[in-house]
Design a protein around this ligand. Structure first.
Ligand code: CMP
Length: 174
């Protein structure tokens, strides 16, 4: 009789322990790491502070998806001074470097890792020329850019740079 009561008392505790163990095991096995799309070129896209401030991020992201890019990683962040200086270090001897760094740290940006066949060229074509005044019609910079500095978006300029730039913002992507 005592043994039966003891067993009845212990049963819920045992069931709880078993349930927690099962839950933990299933969580441990769920791989949450983001991965690059295999055998596909990747590029880095940034929606710059002017376009974020003007509430154009949604339209730009929609266009990116409509054009067949896979958004592999995306986050809205404020670039620190050190991050902006380091990201644009290749331009540090250019007269516009200070202005560029100041602008890129002036408000939030949306950084994205995009995948597509020939992603680097495809994203640069979709953005249009650096200077929006020279960009083809219906390109993102023509639609949303105001000047060579405030030109709505950034894109990597070559596959090698793209690999470095994607790693800069998404080191967890493998
Ligand atoms: P992006 O693709 O982000 O790469 C470097 C950026 O420098 C470029 O886009 C322009 O926005 C910016 N840039 C290039 N030339 C000038 C310039 N003459 N004055 C200000 N910014 C410039």
């Amino acid at each position: 009789m005592i043994m039966k009561r003891l067993m009845l008392l212990c049963l819920p505790v045992l069931l709880l322990i078993a349930g927690c163990t099962l839950f933990k095991t299933s969580c441990d096995h769920h791989d949450q790491t983001i991965k690059k799309v295999p055998n596909m070129e990747h590029t880095l896209a940034i929606i710059k502070p002017d376009a974020v401030k003007a509430h154009n991020s949604g339209k730009i992201i929609d266009r990116i998806e409509q054009e067949g890019f896979e958004i592999v990683g995306m986050k809205k962040i404020n670039l620190s001074l050190a991050q902006a200086q380091s990201f644009y270090a290749v331009h540090k001897e250019r007269p516009f470097y200070g202005e560029l760094v100041e602008f890129m740290t002036s408000g939030p940006v949306v950084v994205m890792a995009l995948a597509k066949d020939n992603a680097v060229k495809a994203w640069r074509d979709l953005m249009g020329a650096t200077n929006p005044a020279q960009a083809e019609s219906n390109t993102i910079r023509k639609l949303y850019g105001a000047s060579v500095g405030e030109n709505a978006t950034h894109g990597s300029d070559a596959p090698e740079t793209a690999a470095e730039e994607v790693k800069f913002f998404f080191p967890e992507l493998s």
